[in-house]
Design a protein around this ligand. Structure first.
Ligand SMILES: [Cu+2]
Length: 428
C-alpha cells in the first residue's frame, strides 16, 4: 500500500466524512490539554503492515484437533491485497507480533482484512486498538462504535505518535470479547527518548528515569492469556458462546503452553524439533507455524533483565519467579515513581489483571553448578521457573499428567551469550 499518497487531508476527510471528529481529536484536545504535539527533529517514521485472518494453533491435549483462532500477521508492505489473500488468508498467528517503537516517532501501520477461510459466512471487520494509550485520535483508536473498522478485502493505515514510554498491549476491537479471545492480541511497547544515552551505567531503559534506575541489559515481552475451547470450537462450528460462562482450559505465555513456551522464536532455518508446527484443517497437508513468539528468557549471570508483561486474558494471574526477587518499576505504562515518591516494590508474587501491564526488573544470579540445571547448544545453564502460582493453571487440559500451562524458564548460562539485539531474542 502506498502511504505517501498525494490526496490532501482535506480531501480525505471529505471522503471519510470525519472532518469534525478529526478536528476534535487532534486540534481541539491538544489545545485543551496544552500538550506539545510537535515532532522532535530526531524522530523517524516507521511503516509496517499487518493482516487479519483466521487459522489454527497447537495446544497439548488437542493433537489432531487444533484450536481455531483469529490473528494478526506481519507482512511485507509491498504486497498487494490480492497477493496477501493468496499467501496469508487462513494462516493467522497468535500472539501477534511484538511491536517495538521509540517515543515521539511517527508510526504508520496498515491493516488489511483478508477474511476468514473457515467462516466465509462471518463478514466481520477488524481494527487495531492500542490499549492504555491516552488521548488517541478516534480515527486511529480502532474502537469501531466511535470510529471506523476495516471490512474484508480493504485496508486502513493507522497513524500514531506515542508521547509516553512504557509497556502497553494491542488488540482488535471489533466484537472485542470474541476477537480478543480468538487471538488478536499482542504487546506494543514504547522505548524512552533516554534510550541510547549513558545514565547510571546503562544505555537501555524502561522509562525516562533520569538516574538509570530502570536500566536493563536484556528485555523480554511476554503476553499472558487463556484459551477457552467453547469460544474457539463454537466459532469454528457456527455455535454461540456465552462469555459469562468463561472457563478456560489452557493458560498461555505468548500464545504457547509449557513446555512449548521453551521453544525458540520460530525461524524457518530451525530443525523441526525446535519448531511448533500446527496442522491446518483448512488446508490439506499444510502445517502452520502459528505460535512464533517464544517465552524463553535466556540471560547471563549479573544481567539486569526487564520483563515487559501484559495480560489480555479475562482472568487475573499471579506470577512467581522462585529464587529471584522481582522489582516492579512500572504499572500500566507508568513509572512507579512520582517526583521523590518511589512507589516501586519488590515482590515474590506479581498480580496482574486483565488489560493490565507491568514492567519488572530482576538481577540474574551467578551461575551455580549446585542448582537445578540443564544444557543445550549454548552450554550449561541454571533453571529458574517463571510460573503461575495456581497449580490449576500449570496443566494442559486433556494432556497426560505433568507440568503445563502458564510457565516458562529463566535460563542463566555458564558461558556468556552475545548481547541482545532484539527484544525477546532466543539463542539456539
Ligand atoms: Cu478482529
Amino acid at each position: 500500500m502506498d502511504t505517501s499518497h498525494s490526496t490532501s487531508r482535506r480531501d480525505f476527510l471529505k471522503v471519510a466524512g470525519l472532518g469534525a471528529l478529526w478536528t476534535v481529536a487532534s486540534g481541539g484536545m491538544a489545545g485543551v490539554l496544552g500538550r506539545d504535539l510537535l515532532r522532535p527533529a530526531s524522530a523517524a517514521t516507521t511503516t509496517l503492515s499487518l493482516i487479519a485472518t483466521d487459522g489454527s494453533v497447537s495446544v497439548p491435549g488437542r493433537e489432531g484437533n487444533p484450536l481455531y483462532i483469529f490473528g494478526f500477521v506481519p507482512v511485507d508492505p509491498a504486497l498487494t491485497v490480492a497477493q496477501l489473500i493468496s499467501t496469508y488468508k487462513g494462516h493467522a498467528q497468535t500472539s501477534a507480533p511484538t511491536l517495538n517503537f521509540l517515543q515521539n516517532d511517527d508510526i504508520k501501520i496498515t491493516l488489511t482484512n483478508l477474511g476468514l477461510v473457515q467462516r466465509p459466512d462471518l463478514t466481520d471487520s477488524h481494527t487495531i486498538h492500542w490499549h492504555g494509550f491516552d488521548i488517541p485520535s478516534p480515527l486511529n483508536d480502532g474502537v469501531p462504535e466511535v470510529s471506523v473498522a476495516v471490512p474484508i478485502g480493504k485496508q486502513l493505515t493507522y497513524f500514531y505518535r506515542p508521547h509516553r514510554e512504557g509497556t502497553y498491549m494491542y488488540h482488535c476491537h471489533f466484537e472485542d470479547v470474541e476477537h480478543v479471545q480468538m487471538g488478536m492480541t499482542g504487546i506494543v511497547f514504547v522505548r524512552p527518548t533516554q534510550d541510547g544515552s549513558s545514565v547510571g551505567g546503562f544505555t537501555k531503559f524502561a522509562y525516562n528515569d533520569g538516574d538509570g534506575s530502570t536500566g536493563y541489559h536484556r528485555h523480554f515481552a511476554i503476553l499472558l492469556n487463556e484459551f477457552w475451547k467453547n469460544f474457539h470450537d463454537g466459532d469454528r462450528d457456527i455455535q454461540e458462546s456465552i462469555a459469562t460462562d468463561y472457563d478456560p482450559q489452557w493458560f498461555t505465555l505468548n500464545g504457547r503452553t509449557y513446555p512449548d513456551t521453551l521453544l525458540p522464536n520460530d525461524d524457518p532455518s530451525l530443525p523441526a524439533a525446535l519448531r511448533l508446527g500446527t496442522p491446518n484443517p483448512n488446508y490439506d497437508d499444510a502445517v502452520d507455524y502459528s505460535q512464533p513468539n517464544s517465552a524463553l528468557v535466556q540471560v547471563n549471570p549479573g544481567d539486569r533483565v526487564l520483563l515487559r508483561l501484559a495480560n489480555l486474558g479475562y482472568q487475573q494471574h499471579a506470577m512467581q519467579l522462585p529464587g529471584i526477587p522481582m522489582h516492579v518499576i512500572g504499572q500500566d505504562a507508568s513509572l512507579l515513581r512520582n517526583g521523590s515518591t518511589d512507589t516501586s516494590y519488590w515482590t515474590n508474587t506479581l498480580y496482574i489483571g486483565p488489560g493490565e501491564a507491568r514492567d519488572v526488573l530482576f538481577d540474574a544470579p551467578a551461575y551455580d553448578s549446585g542448582r537445578p540445571s540443564g544444557s543445550d547448544s549454548r552450554g550449561n545453564y541454571n533453571v529458574y521457573t517463571f510460573k503461575n502460582r495456581d497449580w490449576r493453571k500449570l496443566t494442559n487440559f486433556g494432556a497426560p499428567p505433568g507440568p503445563g500451562g502458564m510457565m516458562t524458564e529463566v535460563r542463566v548460562y555458564q558461558t556468556a551469550l552475545p548481547a541482545q539485539t532484539v527484544v525477546s531474542q532466543t539463542y539456539v
